[in-house]
Design a protein around this ligand. Structure first.
Ligand code: CP
Ligand code: NVA
Length: 304
């Protein structure tokens, strides 16, 4: 059982993971940290930078009584030509889980093919499903329920975060509206997947229309890791879509502002919104820890 895409699990399984996460979070707040992953090891392979993903997984493993190993791909034998298949086959014989943050999604699939233990996507060019788990947990904490809520995603709607989030929201019965320039519409395969869960999924370049009735307004960087060469063109393309207080005013009063972070104040979001009363960005970042603990515990149970 791997978690490479948000659709590797069913809506019922997604609900189960969120329930475990919420329970572990509530328990931890009362000082309870059951060693559910006693003697288990997570191997964390990184080709790209990370702050939250690395620290939340490593802390989560420690809290669950297990251990996490950080492996920088440039310091591993991968950078000297060892294949991802062989790497997965070897690591899977030592660690109980593998989490990898790679550039190409196809490389992650190759790693997972070789590994006989659960492989978790810690972000690729196509998806960031662990982020979606934390995002849904955060919305659930804020609004109590997910079904029937509406999330508006603003800016680069065709990136990894947007893909997993749009589909994850739809799986939970939420409507999603995407707001961005024409070229930023998600590829059809993601739109079609999201629509298969029978909620409303729309794309437009009109802020009033996209944000009307939104319970959550979400944005992400305009220049994802790997897109650096296109930075100047991207900043220009997306500049009309900064989430500022004027844009937030189109959403429901009291709508929350979300961002997976790292953010670029003054680009995709104004400092005023990031630091304002509607922002839940740090709660959302902290929920990476709790959501992934839920995922790890669930994966262990489901892989037996
Ligand atoms: N949101 C997120 O994945 O953060 P990091 O890049 O810091 O891991
Ligand atoms: N879309 C961003 C997310 C970073 C967590 C990127 O891929 O760089």
């Amino acid at each position: 059982m791997d978690f490479l895409r948000i659709t590797d699990i069913t809506p019922a399984q997604l609900r189960e993971i969120l329930a475990i996460a919420a329970k572990l979070k509530a328990g931890l707040a009362k000082g309870s940290a059951p060693p559910l992953l006693d003697k288990k090891t997570l191997l964390m392979l990184f080709e790209k930078n990370s702050t939250r993903t690395r620290v939340s997984f490593e802390t989560g493993m420690a809290q669950l009584g297990g251990h996490a190993i950080y492996l920088d791909s440039t310091r591993s034998q991968i950078s000297r030509g060892e294949t991802l298949y062989d790497t997965g086959a070897v690591l899977g014989g030592m660690a109980d889980f593998i989490m990898a943050r790679l550039y190409k999604h196809a490389d992650l699939e190759e790693l997972a093919k070789g590994a006989l233990v659960p492989v978790i996507n810690g972000l690729t060019d196509e998806e960031h499903p662990c982020q979606t788990l934390a995002d849904l947990l955060t919305i659930q904490e804020k609004w109590g329920t997910l079904k029937g809520r509406k999330l508006a995603f603003v800016g680069d709607c065709d990136n990894n975060v947007a893909h997993s989030l749009m589909i994850g929201c739809a799986m939970m019965g939420m409507d999603v509206s995407l707001l961005g320039p024409k070229g930023a519409k998600p590829k059809d395969k993601y739109i079609e997947k999201a629509k298969s869960f029978k909620t409303s999924i729309t794309f437009s370049s009109d802020p009033a229309m996209a944000l009307a009735g939104a319970d959550a307004v979400y944005t992400d960087t305009w220049v994802s890791m790997g897109d650096e060469k296109e930075a100047a063109a991207r900043l220009k393309l997306f500049s009309p879509y900064q989430v500022d207080s004027k844009l937030m005013a189109y959403a429901k009063p009291g709508a929350i502002f979300m961002h997976d972070l790292p953010a670029h104040r003054g680009e995709e979001v104004s400092a005023e919104v990031m630091d304002g009363p509607q922002s839940v960005i740090y709660q959302q970042a902290h929920n990476r820890l709790h959501a992934q603990k839920g995922l790890l515990v669930w994966l262990l149970k489901s892989s037996r």
